[in-house]
Design a protein around this ligand. Structure first.
Ligand code: SF4
Length: 221
């Protein structure tokens, strides 16, 4: 099966979906968004990566920034922060460049290296798009962490590929049904950028009156 472009979902949504399915639905189905320091720092860092010069050549590597990518099979689109094309014996041909190249996506993240599952899934989704676009195999990519300025290598394993495919199928189903899962309070709620919109404690069968009085007490404290 192939998706029409109008039905494409954002690749970056897979991070929200992994973190909390309700968070993803609030952002992508209901289009709510709460800015906090996490999202602002993240955006600034992305802006730096997305500076205007797009292609650069360093020895045997061609570097492309902000490369738009998509997959018809998965029904997704987005942008790779950076893709390196490494000269190799057995790879793809690139327009206006001699030789053959392998494809190596790199995703930028603000914090310290923690190789969170969410970050890996996003990178794997990008790798699957690149495979479809260039008819090649992407075996590896990396996540670059801003705080340490180091790359952590991620293998594009069969398990990760399957997890990504399943998650996007589920996301398409939610999106088509315009479905937002109910609140399921967890540790993640404390760090959630949408907690004020989502009202996790309200979903834990606290009455509106109790919820508001709790909020007021916290503000006074
Ligand atoms: S507050 Fe909790 S339940 Fe609500 S969207 Fe965030 S993580 Fe999900």
């Amino acid at each position: 099966m192939e998706y029409a472009e109008d039905d494409y979902l954002m690749i970056s949504g897979i991070q929200h979906f992994k973190f909390c399915r309700r968070q993803w639905a609030l952002i992508h189905v209901e289009q709510q968004w709460e800015e906090n320091t996490h999202t602002v720092v993240g955006e600034l860092m992305h802006k730096k990566v997305h500076d205007p010069y797009l292609t650069e050549k360093r020895k045997d590597t061609i570097i492309v920034r902000s490369l738009p990518v998509a997959s018809r099979k998965l029904g997704i689109s987005g942008e790779c922060d950076l893709v390196e094309f490494h000269k190799c014996e057995d790879g793809i041909k690139l327009y206006k460049h001699r030789g053959l190249y392998s494809v190596y996506p790199i995703e930028y993240k603000k914090g310290k290296p923690k190789l969170m599952e969410e970050d890996k899934l996003q990178l794997v989704a990008q790798a699957l798009c690149l495979e479809e676009m260039f008819s090649t195999q992407v075996l590896e990519g990396a996540i670059f962490y801003g705080e340490t300025r180091r790359r952590e290598v991620v293998k594009i394993t069969e398990d990760l590929r399957q997890e990504v495919q399943k998650m996007f199928q589920e996301m398409h189903q939610y999106y088509d049904r315009k479905y937002t899962p109910k609140v399921k309070y967890s540790k993640a709620c404390k760090a959630c950028s949408l907690k004020e919109i989502c009202l996790p404690r309200l979903g834990k069968s606290v009455s509106v009156k109790t919820y508001i009085s709790q909020m007021l007490k916290e503000e006074e404290a």
